[in-house]
Design a protein around this ligand. Structure first.
Ligand SMILES: Cc1ncc(COP(=O)(O)O)c(C=O)c1O
Length: 367
Protein backbone atom coordinates (compact mmCIF):
# COMPACT_ATOMS: atom_id res chain seq x y z
CA UNK A 1 0.00 0.00 0.00
CA UNK A 2 1.42 3.39 -0.98
CA UNK A 3 -1.22 5.78 0.43
CA UNK A 4 0.41 7.72 3.29
CA UNK A 5 -2.90 9.31 4.28
CA UNK A 6 -1.31 12.79 3.79
CA UNK A 7 -1.50 15.51 1.15
CA UNK A 8 1.39 17.83 0.24
CA UNK A 9 0.96 20.72 0.81
CA UNK A 10 -1.46 20.13 3.73
CA UNK A 11 -5.05 21.06 2.88
CA UNK A 12 -7.22 23.07 5.26
CA UNK A 13 -10.67 21.58 4.81
CA UNK A 14 -11.88 21.50 8.41
CA UNK A 15 -12.28 24.05 11.24
CA UNK A 16 -8.94 25.40 12.47
CA UNK A 17 -10.14 25.51 16.09
CA UNK A 18 -10.38 21.71 16.12
CA UNK A 19 -6.57 21.56 15.93
CA UNK A 20 -6.50 22.48 19.61
CA UNK A 21 -8.46 19.34 20.57
CA UNK A 22 -6.55 16.19 21.47
CA UNK A 23 -6.62 13.34 18.96
CA UNK A 24 -8.38 10.23 20.21
CA UNK A 25 -5.74 7.93 21.67
CA UNK A 26 -7.12 4.40 22.00
CA UNK A 27 -6.42 2.66 25.30
CA UNK A 28 -3.80 -0.07 25.35
CA UNK A 29 -5.21 -3.36 24.04
CA UNK A 30 -4.98 -6.14 26.66
CA UNK A 31 -4.25 -8.70 23.90
CA UNK A 32 -1.28 -6.64 22.59
CA UNK A 33 0.09 -6.08 26.07
CA UNK A 34 -0.20 -9.78 26.96
CA UNK A 35 1.66 -10.71 23.76
CA UNK A 36 4.38 -8.14 24.46
CA UNK A 37 4.88 -9.37 28.03
CA UNK A 38 4.54 -13.06 27.14
CA UNK A 39 1.61 -13.43 29.55
CA UNK A 40 -1.50 -15.56 28.93
CA UNK A 41 -3.62 -12.43 29.41
CA UNK A 42 -3.46 -8.82 30.54
CA UNK A 43 -6.01 -7.08 32.77
CA UNK A 44 -7.86 -3.94 31.65
CA UNK A 45 -8.95 -1.68 34.49
CA UNK A 46 -9.09 1.48 32.39
CA UNK A 47 -12.65 2.09 31.11
CA UNK A 48 -14.98 1.65 34.09
CA UNK A 49 -16.75 -1.41 32.73
CA UNK A 50 -18.20 -4.06 35.05
CA UNK A 51 -16.18 -7.27 34.61
CA UNK A 52 -18.93 -9.92 34.80
CA UNK A 53 -19.98 -10.16 31.12
CA UNK A 54 -23.32 -9.31 29.50
CA UNK A 55 -26.37 -9.86 31.72
CA UNK A 56 -28.32 -13.14 31.26
CA UNK A 57 -30.60 -12.98 28.23
CA UNK A 58 -28.88 -10.00 26.58
CA UNK A 59 -26.88 -11.92 23.96
CA UNK A 60 -29.94 -13.96 22.93
CA UNK A 61 -32.17 -10.88 22.69
CA UNK A 62 -29.60 -9.03 20.57
CA UNK A 63 -29.13 -12.08 18.29
CA UNK A 64 -32.88 -12.30 17.76
CA UNK A 65 -33.17 -8.57 17.06
CA UNK A 66 -30.35 -8.46 14.52
CA UNK A 67 -32.07 -11.13 12.45
CA UNK A 68 -34.11 -8.13 11.24
CA UNK A 69 -31.15 -5.82 10.81
CA UNK A 70 -31.91 -5.08 7.15
CA UNK A 71 -34.71 -2.86 8.58
CA UNK A 72 -34.30 0.44 10.43
CA UNK A 73 -34.80 0.37 14.20
CA UNK A 74 -37.81 1.98 15.87
CA UNK A 75 -36.90 5.67 15.66
CA UNK A 76 -39.29 6.51 18.50
CA UNK A 77 -37.64 3.87 20.75
CA UNK A 78 -41.17 3.33 22.06
CA UNK A 79 -40.86 -0.01 23.91
CA UNK A 80 -37.57 0.89 25.59
CA UNK A 81 -38.70 4.37 26.61
CA UNK A 82 -41.86 2.80 28.05
CA UNK A 83 -39.79 0.24 30.03
CA UNK A 84 -37.45 2.94 31.34
CA UNK A 85 -40.45 5.12 32.24
CA UNK A 86 -42.04 2.28 34.22
CA UNK A 87 -38.81 1.48 36.00
CA UNK A 88 -38.32 5.09 37.09
CA UNK A 89 -41.96 6.03 37.65
CA UNK A 90 -42.05 8.83 35.05
CA UNK A 91 -43.96 9.51 31.82
CA UNK A 92 -42.17 8.28 28.65
CA UNK A 93 -42.37 11.85 27.30
CA UNK A 94 -39.66 12.73 29.81
CA UNK A 95 -37.20 10.24 28.30
CA UNK A 96 -34.80 10.46 25.37
CA UNK A 97 -32.30 7.75 24.44
CA UNK A 98 -29.04 8.04 22.58
CA UNK A 99 -25.88 6.36 21.37
CA UNK A 100 -24.43 6.29 24.90
CA UNK A 101 -25.06 9.01 27.45
CA UNK A 102 -22.04 10.85 26.04
CA UNK A 103 -24.06 11.46 22.86
CA UNK A 104 -26.94 12.78 24.94
CA UNK A 105 -24.62 15.22 26.71
CA UNK A 106 -23.62 16.43 23.26
CA UNK A 107 -27.25 16.72 22.15
CA UNK A 108 -28.10 18.68 25.30
CA UNK A 109 -25.39 21.20 24.52
CA UNK A 110 -26.65 21.40 20.95
CA UNK A 111 -30.17 21.98 22.30
CA UNK A 112 -29.12 24.74 24.74
CA UNK A 113 -25.96 26.56 23.61
CA UNK A 114 -25.36 28.89 20.70
CA UNK A 115 -21.74 29.82 19.86
CA UNK A 116 -20.30 31.82 22.74
CA UNK A 117 -22.79 30.56 25.32
CA UNK A 118 -21.17 29.04 28.38
CA UNK A 119 -21.06 25.42 29.49
CA UNK A 120 -19.99 25.20 33.12
CA UNK A 121 -18.47 22.16 34.82
CA UNK A 122 -16.05 21.13 37.50
CA UNK A 123 -12.52 20.12 36.55
CA UNK A 124 -11.10 17.56 36.57
CA UNK A 125 -14.19 15.66 35.48
CA UNK A 126 -15.31 13.50 32.54
CA UNK A 127 -12.84 14.12 29.71
CA UNK A 128 -15.63 14.32 27.10
CA UNK A 129 -17.03 17.58 28.53
CA UNK A 130 -14.41 19.98 27.12
CA UNK A 131 -14.52 18.21 23.75
CA UNK A 132 -18.31 18.49 23.60
CA UNK A 133 -18.11 22.19 24.45
CA UNK A 134 -15.42 22.87 21.86
CA UNK A 135 -17.10 21.00 19.02
CA UNK A 136 -20.44 22.71 19.66
CA UNK A 137 -18.95 26.21 19.76
CA UNK A 138 -19.89 26.69 23.44
CA UNK A 139 -17.35 28.29 25.77
CA UNK A 140 -16.05 25.94 28.48
CA UNK A 141 -16.01 27.41 31.96
CA UNK A 142 -14.15 25.11 34.33
CA UNK A 143 -14.27 25.46 38.10
CA UNK A 144 -11.39 23.63 39.84
CA UNK A 145 -12.26 20.67 42.06
CA UNK A 146 -11.99 21.33 45.79
CA UNK A 147 -9.13 20.04 47.94
CA UNK A 148 -10.95 16.71 48.39
CA UNK A 149 -11.07 16.23 44.55
CA UNK A 150 -14.85 16.86 44.42
CA UNK A 151 -17.12 19.56 42.94
CA UNK A 152 -16.96 22.96 44.64
CA UNK A 153 -20.65 23.72 44.14
CA UNK A 154 -20.43 27.07 45.88
CA UNK A 155 -17.72 28.24 43.46
CA UNK A 156 -19.68 26.76 40.57
CA UNK A 157 -22.81 28.71 41.56
CA UNK A 158 -20.66 31.85 41.73
CA UNK A 159 -19.30 31.15 38.23
CA UNK A 160 -22.76 31.21 36.59
CA UNK A 161 -23.14 34.27 34.33
CA UNK A 162 -25.90 35.49 32.07
CA UNK A 163 -24.16 33.55 29.25
CA UNK A 164 -24.34 30.22 31.13
CA UNK A 165 -26.84 27.96 29.39
CA UNK A 166 -25.93 24.60 30.90
CA UNK A 167 -24.11 23.21 33.95
CA UNK A 168 -22.84 19.64 34.24
CA UNK A 169 -22.76 18.08 37.71
CA UNK A 170 -20.99 14.73 37.47
CA UNK A 171 -22.27 12.72 40.40
CA UNK A 172 -20.31 10.63 41.25
CA UNK A 173 -17.48 12.40 39.50
CA UNK A 174 -15.38 10.63 36.87
CA UNK A 175 -12.40 10.21 37.43
CA UNK A 176 -12.18 11.08 41.15
CA UNK A 177 -15.15 9.02 42.43
CA UNK A 178 -16.31 11.80 44.78
CA UNK A 179 -20.00 12.61 45.11
CA UNK A 180 -22.00 15.69 46.08
CA UNK A 181 -24.58 15.34 48.81
CA UNK A 182 -28.18 16.45 49.01
CA UNK A 183 -27.82 19.56 51.18
CA UNK A 184 -25.12 21.11 48.95
CA UNK A 185 -26.94 20.14 45.73
CA UNK A 186 -30.19 21.67 47.07
CA UNK A 187 -28.33 24.91 47.85
CA UNK A 188 -26.70 24.90 44.41
CA UNK A 189 -29.98 24.38 42.57
CA UNK A 190 -31.61 27.15 44.60
CA UNK A 191 -28.75 29.49 43.69
CA UNK A 192 -28.71 28.75 39.94
CA UNK A 193 -31.45 30.46 37.96
CA UNK A 194 -34.29 28.33 36.63
CA UNK A 195 -33.34 29.41 33.11
CA UNK A 196 -30.07 27.43 33.27
CA UNK A 197 -30.20 23.72 32.49
CA UNK A 198 -28.51 21.67 35.23
CA UNK A 199 -27.52 18.24 33.94
CA UNK A 200 -26.78 15.70 36.66
CA UNK A 201 -24.60 13.08 34.99
CA UNK A 202 -25.27 9.88 36.92
CA UNK A 203 -23.33 7.34 34.84
CA UNK A 204 -22.27 5.63 38.08
CA UNK A 205 -25.48 6.03 40.14
CA UNK A 206 -25.90 2.26 40.68
CA UNK A 207 -22.67 2.10 42.70
CA UNK A 208 -23.64 4.86 45.17
CA UNK A 209 -23.88 3.62 48.76
CA UNK A 210 -23.82 6.94 50.67
CA UNK A 211 -27.45 7.61 51.64
CA UNK A 212 -26.72 11.36 51.63
CA UNK A 213 -25.96 11.33 47.90
CA UNK A 214 -29.29 12.12 46.24
CA UNK A 215 -30.86 10.32 43.30
CA UNK A 216 -31.09 12.99 40.59
CA UNK A 217 -34.55 11.74 39.68
CA UNK A 218 -35.87 13.19 42.97
CA UNK A 219 -35.22 16.67 41.52
CA UNK A 220 -37.51 16.34 38.50
CA UNK A 221 -40.05 18.74 40.00
CA UNK A 222 -37.47 21.37 38.96
CA UNK A 223 -38.00 21.81 35.19
CA UNK A 224 -34.37 22.87 34.62
CA UNK A 225 -32.91 19.59 35.96
CA UNK A 226 -31.91 16.79 33.59
CA UNK A 227 -30.68 13.39 34.75
CA UNK A 228 -28.28 11.54 32.48
CA UNK A 229 -27.91 7.78 32.90
CA UNK A 230 -26.09 5.06 31.00
CA UNK A 231 -26.50 1.33 30.51
CA UNK A 232 -22.77 1.02 29.77
CA UNK A 233 -21.55 0.48 33.31
CA UNK A 234 -23.70 -1.39 35.87
CA UNK A 235 -25.98 -2.74 33.13
CA UNK A 236 -23.08 -4.18 31.13
CA UNK A 237 -23.95 -2.74 27.70
CA UNK A 238 -20.90 -0.54 26.98
CA UNK A 239 -20.35 -2.12 23.56
CA UNK A 240 -23.94 -1.62 22.42
CA UNK A 241 -23.93 2.15 23.10
CA UNK A 242 -27.11 3.08 24.94
CA UNK A 243 -27.82 5.86 27.41
CA UNK A 244 -30.90 7.84 28.34
CA UNK A 245 -31.96 11.07 29.97
CA UNK A 246 -34.94 12.01 32.08
CA UNK A 247 -36.02 15.65 31.88
CA UNK A 248 -38.96 18.00 31.60
CA UNK A 249 -41.05 16.80 28.61
CA UNK A 250 -40.14 19.96 26.62
CA UNK A 251 -36.41 19.41 27.18
CA UNK A 252 -36.61 15.71 26.29
CA UNK A 253 -38.59 16.59 23.15
CA UNK A 254 -35.94 19.16 22.13
CA UNK A 255 -33.22 16.52 22.54
CA UNK A 256 -35.20 14.00 20.51
CA UNK A 257 -35.31 16.64 17.73
CA UNK A 258 -31.54 17.11 17.56
CA UNK A 259 -30.55 13.47 18.11
CA UNK A 260 -28.90 11.75 15.14
CA UNK A 261 -31.77 9.81 13.52
CA UNK A 262 -31.87 6.08 14.35
CA UNK A 263 -28.81 6.35 16.61
CA UNK A 264 -30.35 4.04 19.21
CA UNK A 265 -29.71 0.88 17.21
CA UNK A 266 -31.92 -2.17 17.01
CA UNK A 267 -29.31 -4.17 18.95
CA UNK A 268 -29.10 -1.49 21.65
CA UNK A 269 -32.88 -1.34 22.07
CA UNK A 270 -33.21 -5.12 22.34
CA UNK A 271 -30.18 -5.49 24.61
CA UNK A 272 -31.40 -2.74 26.91
CA UNK A 273 -34.88 -4.25 27.20
CA UNK A 274 -33.36 -7.61 28.12
CA UNK A 275 -30.96 -5.99 30.60
CA UNK A 276 -33.74 -4.06 32.34
CA UNK A 277 -35.38 -7.41 33.18
CA UNK A 278 -32.26 -8.31 35.19
CA UNK A 279 -32.39 -5.64 37.89
CA UNK A 280 -31.74 -8.14 40.71
CA UNK A 281 -28.62 -9.46 39.00
CA UNK A 282 -27.40 -5.88 38.45
CA UNK A 283 -27.83 -5.19 42.14
CA UNK A 284 -25.91 -8.36 43.02
CA UNK A 285 -23.02 -7.41 40.72
CA UNK A 286 -22.93 -3.83 42.01
CA UNK A 287 -22.69 -5.14 45.59
CA UNK A 288 -19.62 -7.20 44.55
CA UNK A 289 -18.06 -4.15 42.93
CA UNK A 290 -18.77 -1.96 45.97
CA UNK A 291 -17.22 -4.49 48.39
CA UNK A 292 -14.13 -4.67 46.20
CA UNK A 293 -14.01 -0.87 45.82
CA UNK A 294 -13.87 -0.48 49.57
CA UNK A 295 -11.22 -3.20 49.93
CA UNK A 296 -9.04 -1.69 47.17
CA UNK A 297 -9.40 1.82 48.62
CA UNK A 298 -8.28 0.68 52.05
CA UNK A 299 -5.30 -1.23 50.63
CA UNK A 300 -4.20 1.75 48.51
CA UNK A 301 -4.42 4.19 51.39
CA UNK A 302 -1.46 2.42 53.04
CA UNK A 303 0.67 3.92 50.25
CA UNK A 304 -1.38 6.94 49.15
CA UNK A 305 -3.27 8.19 52.23
CA UNK A 306 -5.31 10.79 50.33
CA UNK A 307 -7.12 8.36 47.98
CA UNK A 308 -10.63 9.87 48.11
CA UNK A 309 -13.62 7.72 49.12
CA UNK A 310 -15.26 6.56 45.88
CA UNK A 311 -18.99 6.24 45.20
CA UNK A 312 -18.35 4.79 41.73
CA UNK A 313 -16.81 1.61 40.27
CA UNK A 314 -13.29 3.04 40.19
CA UNK A 315 -10.79 4.66 42.52
CA UNK A 316 -8.59 7.71 42.06
CA UNK A 317 -4.94 7.94 43.03
CA UNK A 318 -3.91 11.60 43.24
CA UNK A 319 -0.28 10.95 42.26
CA UNK A 320 0.44 14.24 40.46
CA UNK A 321 3.66 13.97 38.44
CA UNK A 322 4.03 10.29 39.34
CA UNK A 323 0.80 9.35 37.48
CA UNK A 324 2.35 8.37 34.14
CA UNK A 325 5.20 6.41 35.74
CA UNK A 326 2.72 4.55 37.92
CA UNK A 327 0.63 3.68 34.85
CA UNK A 328 3.72 2.32 33.08
CA UNK A 329 4.74 0.28 36.14
CA UNK A 330 1.26 -1.31 36.27
CA UNK A 331 1.40 -2.08 32.53
CA UNK A 332 4.77 -3.75 32.98
CA UNK A 333 2.96 -6.13 35.36
CA UNK A 334 0.13 -6.74 32.88
CA UNK A 335 -2.44 -4.34 34.37
CA UNK A 336 -3.79 -1.47 32.24
CA UNK A 337 -4.97 1.55 34.27
CA UNK A 338 -5.83 5.11 33.21
CA UNK A 339 -3.26 7.78 34.05
CA UNK A 340 -4.07 11.49 33.64
CA UNK A 341 -0.63 13.10 33.19
CA UNK A 342 0.39 15.40 36.03
CA UNK A 343 -2.78 14.72 37.96
CA UNK A 344 -3.68 11.17 38.98
CA UNK A 345 -4.59 7.65 37.97
CA UNK A 346 -8.06 6.15 37.69
CA UNK A 347 -8.36 2.43 38.31
CA UNK A 348 -11.56 0.52 37.53
CA UNK A 349 -12.70 -2.11 40.02
CA UNK A 350 -12.45 -5.56 38.42
CA UNK A 351 -12.95 -9.08 39.72
CA UNK A 352 -11.30 -9.90 43.07
CA UNK A 353 -8.45 -11.67 41.23
CA UNK A 354 -7.94 -8.70 38.89
CA UNK A 355 -7.92 -6.31 41.83
CA UNK A 356 -5.36 -8.49 43.62
CA UNK A 357 -3.11 -8.35 40.55
CA UNK A 358 -3.50 -4.56 40.45
CA UNK A 359 -2.77 -4.19 44.17
CA UNK A 360 0.39 -6.28 43.80
CA UNK A 361 1.50 -4.05 40.91
CA UNK A 362 0.60 -0.90 42.86
CA UNK A 363 2.48 -2.06 45.92
CA UNK A 364 5.64 -2.72 43.94
CA UNK A 365 5.32 0.69 42.22
CA UNK A 366 4.56 2.69 45.36
CA UNK A 367 6.26 0.95 48.26
C1 LIG B 1 -19.39 10.63 33.84
C2 LIG B 1 -19.67 9.90 32.58
N1 LIG B 1 -20.70 10.28 31.84
C3 LIG B 1 -21.00 9.66 30.70
C4 LIG B 1 -20.23 8.62 30.24
C5 LIG B 1 -20.56 8.04 28.92
O1 LIG B 1 -21.03 6.76 28.96
P1 LIG B 1 -21.70 6.13 27.68
O2 LIG B 1 -21.56 7.05 26.54
O3 LIG B 1 -21.02 4.84 27.48
O4 LIG B 1 -23.15 5.98 28.06
C6 LIG B 1 -19.14 8.18 30.97
C7 LIG B 1 -18.29 7.09 30.47
O5 LIG B 1 -17.20 6.86 30.87
C8 LIG B 1 -18.85 8.85 32.17
O6 LIG B 1 -17.80 8.50 32.91
Amino acid sequence: MTDTGRHEPPLRLTRADLDALPNYVPGRSPADLARELGLPEAIKLASNEVPYGPLPGVVEAVAEAVAGSHRYPDMGVVALRQALAERHGVHPDRIATGCGSVALAEHLVRATCLPGDELLYSWRSFEAYPIIAATSGATSVRVPNDAGHGHDLQAMAAAVTDRTRMVLVCNPNNPTGTAVRKAELDRFLDAVGEDVLVVIDEAYREFVTDAEVPDGLTYLDRPNVVVLRTLSKAWGLAGLRIGFLVAAPEVAAAVRKVVTPFSTSMAAQAGALAALAQADEVQRRCALVVAERDRVTEALRKFVPDVPASQANFVWLPLGDRAVGFGKACEARGVIVRPFPGDGVRVTIGTPAENDAFLAAAESALA
